[in-house]
Design a protein around this ligand. Structure first.
Ligand code: PMT
Length: 396
């Protein structure tokens, strides 16, 4: 365990995800950090100050006008004490307050009074997350240097399904306790493809695969942390994109090809992480296919190979492919490196169900013309950072 002397102020606002706050405090203190917690009034309906005091080992503050608390550590002192501030969960209401610069309770006042590196982990109903007002407020926070942590997607407490879930405490703890990254990719434009493609059969059916987008989105997050400008061309996924990325949503391989080609001119690096369908049905029928026959025959035609087409460009960027293989992983990956004229390829053994498609973890063997490196099993976020560092080392 690394010794971490970080002074972390955790602000908890009133959403259902506040029940995760004690676990988050535990994960943060496990890194050696000193953690103090500030609750809003509504957060106290979801989590008790006493349990947060017990896990943090520090008094919990909740009142701007409490003379006893002010005598112990005044709000300005608390704002100066922290070197990291994280609001988790941050409700839509609190995000709006921050965007406006209001200071009508202890937490919002601290946010104005601190110079600490600030993270916001929004958690709310998916419709509230997608509301233009929320997105505009989050963009305002990002433009002020506050790091907005994209929420997870999935089933919500209210029964809806979509983006708005607070990421797991371990993921948040890993993110805010990782050492600040040197901006080694500053000034570089990186185009990344992620997720699956969908190839339409008729108006209601399509062919696709199990790619979740997690690996590609983790690469986008890592590239942004290293200072790059990122264009993320994504097939349909349930994960939320980092807000600072230029996200282009597509469905089919042909659309992904078109989107990449429109943006590749200014790219220094291209990473093909998407699981692009190799084939698409020749005829997409206008009406739903009826089950009149016992057998159905579809004829397929090859999709454009986005990765190979990028590598062929006269002014090709540093081009990195992925290879998802179930057998002879290194052999097939090296073959793709040479055949598609790539600068680098990351081989994925997708026969192992605990890594690769849809898992939170992955392991890669990376090949380039003069070398190779094994990146052992790790969380996709950690692995993405290792791969981005390796790409940076090998840039011509
Ligand atoms: O999304 P996750 O659930 O996190 O899973 C991550 C992943 C397993 C999808 C990812 O790590 C991965 O391995 N992506 C590549 C999957 C793939 O399609 O591999 P492939 O060996 O079939 O293709 C080789 C390369 O050519 C890939 O870089 C692919 O993006 C690219 N390609 C393939 C076909 C095509 N028509 N155009 C392409 O650009």
């Amino acid at each position: 365990m690394t010794v971490n002397k970080q002074k972390i102020l955790l602000g908890v606002t009133g959403g259902i995800a506040a029940y995760k706050a004690p676990d988050l405090v535990r994960k943060l203190t496990a890194t050696g950090a000193d953690v103090r917690v500030v609750l809003t009034e509504s957060a106290e309906h979801f989590v008790s100050p006493l349990s947060l005091q017990a896990v943090s080992g520090n008094p919990v503050s909740n009142d701007l006008l409490d003379p006893a608390a002010e005598a112990a550590m005044g709000h300005i002192e608390l704002a100066k004490w922290a070197d990291t501030l994280i609001i988790a969960p941050a409700t839509a209401n609190f995000v709006a307050k921050l965007a406006l610069g209001l200071a009508d309770d202890l937490l919002s006042t601290l946010c104005l009074a601190t110079t600490a590196k600030t993270y916001v982990a929004p958690a709310m109903n998916q419709q509230m997350w997608q509301a233009p007002a929320t997105q505009t407020n989050l963009a305002t926070l990002s433009s002020r240097g506050i790091e907005v942590i994209a929420p997870d997607s999935g089933e919500q407490a209210c029964g809806d399904v979509g983006p708005g879930r607070m990421p797991e405490p371990q993921a948040l703890a890993d993110l805010i306790t990782q050492p600040a990254q040197e901006k080694v990719l500053s000034g570089k434009h990186i185009v990344i493809t992620a997720g699956p493609t969908r190839e339409a059969i008729d108006p209601v059916r399509y062919l696709s695969n199990h790619s979740s987008g997690k690996m590609g989105y983790a690469l986008a997050t890592a590239a942004l942390a290293l200072g790059a400008d990122v264009t993320l061309v994504s097939g349909p996924v349930a994960v939320s994109a980092p807000l600072a990325a230029n996200l282009i949503n597509v469905e089919s391989a042909q659309q992904m090809h078109e989107a990449v080609m429109q943006t590749i001119d200014t790219a220094d690096i291209f990473i093909g992480c998407a699981a692009v369908a190799d084939y698409r049905p020749v005829n997409v029928v206008d009406q739903k296919i009826k089950k009149d026959n016992n057998e159905l025959t579809l004829t397929f035609t090859k999709n454009p190979d986005i990765l190979a087409d990028v590598a062929k460009l006269e002014r090709a960027p540093f081009t990195v492919g992925f290879a998802a293989e179930t057998q002879d992983v290194s052999f097939y990956a090296k073959g793709k490196l040479t055949r598609k004229n790539l600068d680098m390829i990351a081989a994925n053994d997708v026969s192992d169900k605990s890594i690769g498609f849809n898992s939170d973890n992955n392991a890669l063997t990376v090949f380039w013309k003069e070398g190779e490196k094994k990146l052992e099993v790790a969380d996709k976020n950690q692995l993405a950072m290792q791969l981005m560092q390796l790409i940076n080392e090998q840039l011509r």
